[in-house]
Design a protein around this ligand. Sequence first.
Ligand SMILES: Nc1nc2c(ncn2[C@@H]2O[C@H](COP(=O)(O)OP(=O)(O)O)[C@@H](O)[C@H]2O)c(=O)[nH]1
Ligand SMILES: [Mg+2]
Length: 293
Amino acid sequence: MPAPEREMKSGFVAVAGRPNVGKSTLVNALCGGKVAIVSDKPQTTRRRIFGIANGDDYQLVLADLPGFQRPRDALTEHMQRTVDSSFEDVDAVLFVLDARDRIGAGDRFIAQRVFGLGVPVVIAVNKVDRLKGGHIASQMQTGSVLGDFHALHPVSAKTGDGVAELRDELVGLLPEGPLYFPPDQRTDLSDEAQIAELIREKALRLTREEVPHAISVEVQELEEKLVRAALYVETDSQKQILVGKGGAMVRQIGTEARPEIEALLGRSVFIDLQVKVRPRWRRDEAMLERLGL
Ligand SMILES: Nc1nc2c(ncn2[C@@H]2O[C@H](COP(=O)(O)OP(=O)(O)O)[C@@H](O)[C@H]2O)c(=O)[nH]1
Ligand SMILES: [Mg+2]
């Protein structure tokens, strides 16, 4: 007799929370590998990225999202539209709070949105590695009045504390369903898009003030031994910063990105980065479309 088919649970969970609370870091931790780039600069996540946690009998698809914000230009407007549409048709919401910050108007604004969706909301109080027990307890208490939540988990995306329990909780909320992605896949982004994001992450880390927001990366060639990418900025002075003295900054970006790009591709590559000025690309609809934003 053939073995009975194992029951598969699968579904989608949208990840909500203010900028910088650690949504992307937590998605990476839940998926057991890096799918989304992380930085201490707001607006690091610009588009929706599916992070996929695969188990023997489940497939949990997490939608990592930009933080909620007031749109200021075409880019941030696209980002907010992405956030809005990502809450349609999800099986649950993971609402991430920062254990270190005061729970405030920003969190309550998001709470208004997510508790009205009619799906279970799981709250994660993240970054507990930075706090003592007493403070964690009081933060959990404050978080718990945000709405009628299904469960509340203290976690550290950084150390992994509480992450397995949180994953089990979310999987428990999924209906029976098919595999939406091949079971060895951890994200829906193409190799080109993942590489562009990794390069942008290093550029974000190495720059400050207005420069990070002005950077976009496009992979233009991906060959057996070569990755060619353009880093776009909006002004000549931003370009000077990104190029650095004698090209030192852009070289450093390539050096830092290469190990992760090679790990992703499973082969060694030469990385050719060019910094280009594209005035006002954040307001340019055609450019945003080209960049997948
Ligand atoms: N100490 C600590 N830092 C964290 C944790 N999770 C995220 N971070 C840091 O918080 C910052 C924002 O993280 P990110 O995932 O990009 O936040 P997002 O904007 O909500 O996606 C980064 O500097 C992370 O390294 C955590 O559990 N503990
Ligand atoms: Mg993020």
